[in-house]
Design a protein around this ligand. Structure first.
Ligand SMILES: [Zn+2]
Length: 241
């Protein structure tokens, strides 16, 4: 039986000499791994629709193997600018990897899907997204995945933050100095992260993100994903990182 869905290509893993597992994010089915048989031997088989960040309509069927088989993959929109400059390529890869990491198979997540589309849109705009936009994307993705980080109030004692606090992904975000371990950071930095979390991606431009807040949420994602993200290392090589 055939199934179909609006999807975004978010990753791939080569299998053997000929095949490839394609990773998709969908609104209705969450993350979706499909076996693309012959994808590596015949470039014509699925065409350019398998490029990272491409929005596609994907059709699959249950096969004999563990994974359903990719049947057809029709491009709806392809990244253009996002494939032109190094920084944009890295940000595209990071967005796709992060959305996949925070999604679950078989669990629809319309908000996460829309967020990734908004991120892809941002990468097509004139201005290249900076740290603030990336962090806003991380904060929203965490929130839509049920992992909202504590940024204004301590999850241990319930009181609001003031002055210096600690940041501990294990505890769920910020905690008071006396409420747990973690990296010391000023509460105003977490307040900026919370503002970014609640601001539309396209509107974060004027918000100034202190340097101390640049990597807290990326660390948070990796802690809960229980793995390093491959594209995270590339972010560090970007200009002005
Ligand atoms: Zn506390």
């Amino acid at each position: 039986m055939e199934h179909g869905a609006d999807a975004i290509v978010v990753g791939r893993v080569d299998v053997g000499d000929a095949d490839r597992i394609m990773r998709f994010l969908t609104a209705d089915h969450g993350r979706l791994d499909l076996m693309a048989r012959g994808a590596r031997t015949s470039r014509k088989r699925f065409g350019p629709a398998l490029e990272l960040g491409t929005r596609v309509f994907v059709v699959w069927r249950r096969g004999r193997g563990d994974l359903p088989s990719l049947d057809r993959c029709d491009p709806i929109a392809m990244p253009r600018r996002a494939r032109e400059g190094y920084d944009r390529v890295v940000l595209l890869a990071y967005g796709c990897e992060l959305a996949y990491a925070l999604s679950a198979a078989g669990q629809g997540n319309e908000k996460l899907f829309r967020l990734l589309l908004a991120w892809l849109d941002l990468l097509e705009a004139d201005a290249e997204p900076g740290h603030a936009a990336r962090v806003a994307f991380e904060a929203k993705a965490l929130t839509f995945s049920g992992l909202t980080p504590a940024l204004t109030r301590c999850p241990v004692c319930g009181e609001p933050f003031e002055g210096e606090v600690r940041f501990d992904p294990e505890a769920g975000g910020g905690v008071h100095l006396g409420c747990g371990p973690g990296k010391v950071v000023d509460a105003t930095v977490l307040a900026v992260l919370d503002t970014l979390r609640r601001t539309a991606l396209a509107d974060v431009g004027p918000i100034e993100l202190p340097k101390a807040g640049r990597w807290l949420l990326a660390d948070f994602v990796e802690h809960h994903h229980r793995a390093r993200m491959r594209s995270r290392a590339l972010l560090d090589t970007m200009e002005g990182a």
